[in-house]
Design a protein around this ligand. Structure first.
Ligand code: C5P
Length: 237
């Protein structure tokens, strides 16, 4: 598989959870253009399409969080199409199975050196053990997440999205190179909001997170650019 561009990726991905292009652009204008990558998700992509993604992200490194899940041929087509937006990271569901992830990996490789890194989604944090049982997946959720992360690595994924509380356990199983990308991050000075099991940026990085996904603590701050700088300083301290 071709290696992706070695250009350094920012530590922080700022989640822009907006549908309106103008609102997303305003969020990003307040943040400036450097020192972070932008995460755009399904809501924005469905509303604005690839042109909207490219226009709003501009030259910032992009994490396209589409969480693809379908038969291998269809996911491969989705990855090829998404790669035209030049994302550095793209998400797909590990529960789609090994053949689906391998098809995604091959499709990503066809984008050459600028190929996106593929991140697998293991168990959505909105699902608990009884939800897993109801869809016929074997819990506990932590065990299932680990099982899917190991499968994702074997299928050639570049990393997983995981909770900060799973980092240590996952790292032991998947080794140092596999990317662990961690949402649910709250600096001590930010409101928790609807996130239940949060961790500070500094602690998540100390535990071995490669990248952090942070939304509202930065985008809803009175001064987003200063909030981003504060997070980066706390990590570096
Ligand atoms: O505003 P906040 O920091 O909570 O945003 C976190 C981002 O990470 C959102 O885009 C959310 O969808 C995403 N995410 C999450 N928890 C997960 C997976 C993704 O909060 N387990």
């Amino acid at each position: 598989m071709s290696e992706p561009s070695s250009q350094a990726l920012p530590r922080i991905f700022v989640a822009i959870d907006r549908m309106q292009r103008e609102e997303a652009a305003a969020d990003l204008a307040r943040l400036g253009s450097e020192g972070y990558a932008v995460k755009l998700g399904l809501e924005f992509f469905v509303a604005n399409g690839p042109d909207g993604v490219r226009a709003v992200a501009g030259a910032r490194p992009l994490f396209l969080d589409l969480k693809l899940h379908d038969i291998p041929n269809t996911v491969a087509g989705g990855v090829r199409a998404a790669a035209l937006c030049r994302p550095r990271f793209l998400t797909i569901h590990a529960s789609g199975g090994r053949a689906m992830m391998e098809a995604a990996r091959d499709a990503a490789s066809s984008a050459g050196p600028a190929r996106p890194l593929l991140l697998a989604i293991t168990v959505l944090t909105s699902l608990d053990d009884s939800d897993l049982d109801a869809v016929g997946q074997r819990g506990p959720a932590g065990d299932q997440a680990l099982r899917l992360a190991v499968l994702a690595k074997a299928a050639g994924m570049d990393g997983v999205v995981c909770s900060a509380h799973e980092i240590a356990r996952l790292r032991r199983e998947v080794g140092p190179e596999f990317k662990l990308v961690v949402p649910g991050i709250r600096p001590e000075w930010a409101a928790t909001g609807d996130q239940k099991r949060v961790m500070t940026p500094r602690e998540a990085v100390a535990r071995g997170a490669d990248h952090l996904v942070i939304g509202r603590p930065i985008t809803q701050a009175a001064e987003p650019k200063a909030a981003l700088a504060r997070v980066l300083a706390e990590i570096a301290a």
